[in-house]
Design a protein around this ligand. Structure first.
Ligand code: SF4
Ligand code: SF4
Length: 311
């Protein structure tokens, strides 16, 4: 079903093939700044759909990283029943997750046990509209201990949205997180396909918070990589809870906005057996790359990275 790219291995050694899988839409929070509208933050797939999507992942060439998100993946009853066992038992892939860390520690422990050496990255998002910072950090420390026991090779980062008007608060959040030896990752807030227009005062504080860094491993500024070579669609793609696949998040958003099934960003449906990868990458045609995964996995070839001859 899955047509592999013409090259059997990634074209560069620093490129890590990655899928971003929106396992379910449902979330147990309702953050005011959520990038996903309430209309899309619903739904949980049936076991059959999950199984077919995982079959599709099993036929990808080599080892990929399957990065799960939602909604909130741990709010889905199928996560521990079908998703994790299916990925571990039927694919060779690595597993990463984005989570708001609201799942009980017992569940997180089971997750760590089941994923074992396959766990790559846990990105925990901090939502101060729902949690107390001190209690959250205590839980993060308990989770770090679980990973130390079961997944010592994995990494752990705490993401926090830089909410307009509350940027100063993030300076304290950063200090509290880093003082415990945990990794803090600020994310600028996105709205309608762009970055929120922060006030001049907020922008100054953001530069203080980030030390002026543009490095996508340190801050998500949702930049534009328009014109750069990108292997999205060949070695990176995004999948929704129905198995629908697109080359990347922006490609998906614009294809859905235009209601265009023939859009070249669309890769088919993994659950329906119509999915195929692109044969190779292309120059990025989009004005925004909203998450740091394509940059941090070497999918988009930024200045200083090897790229196809003549690009
Ligand atoms: S936890 Fe994440 S997905 Fe859920 S409402 Fe908040 S920002 Fe949205
Ligand atoms: S660089 Fe462009 S094509 Fe590549 S993932 Fe980002 S937005 Fe998509």
């Amino acid at each position: 079903m899955t047509e592999p790219p013409t090259h059997p291995t990634p074209p560069w050694s620093d490129l890590h093939p990655t899928v971003e899988w929106q396992v379910n839409g449902l979330c147990n929070y309702d953050c005011t700044y959520c990038i996903q509208s309430r209309k899309y933050r619903v739904g949980m797939p049936e076991q059959e759909v999950v199984d077919r999507i995982i079959d599709g992942y099993a036929s990808l060439p080599g080892q990929w990283e399957i990065k799960m998100s939602g909604g909130e993946p741990f709010a889905y009853h199928g996560l521990m029943k079908w998703v994790i066992p299916g990925l571990v038992e039927r694919t060779p892939h690595l597993i990463s997750t984005l989570t708001n860390l609201s799942a009980p520690l017992k569940v997180l422990e089971r997750f760590c046990t089941l994923t074992g050496p396959r766990l790559r990255i846990t990105s925990a998002s901090l939502h101060l509209e729902y949690v107390d910072l001190e209690a959250y950090i205590d839980k993060a420390l308990a989770y770090r201990e679980l990973r130390r026991q079961h997944n010592p090779h994995s990494s752990f980062v705490i993401n926090s949205v830089v909410v307009p008007g509350k940027v100063r608060q993030q300076l304290q959040v950063k200090e509290a997180i880093e003082s415990q030896g945990l990794r803090y990752f600020p994310q600028l807030m996105k709205i309608k396909g762009g970055v929120f227009p922060y006030t001049a005062r907020d922008r100054k504080l953001i530069e203080r918070l980030t030390g002026g860094s543009q490095d996508p491993t340190k801050v998500n500024r949702a930049p534009s990589y328009k014109g750069l070579w990108c292997e999205a669609g060949a070695w990176y793609f995004v999948v929704d809870q129905r198995g629908e696949a697109w080359i990347c998040r922006t490609g998906k958003r614009l294809a859905i906005k235009d209601d265009d099934e023939d859009d070249e960003a669309y890769l088919g449906n993994l659950a329906q057996g119509t999915f195929s990868l692109r044969k190779a990458g292309a120059r990025c045609p989009y004005p925004i790359c909203p998450c740091t995964v394509p940059a941090n996995r070497g999918i988009v070839r930024r200045p200083g990275m090897e790229a196809p001859h003549g690009i």
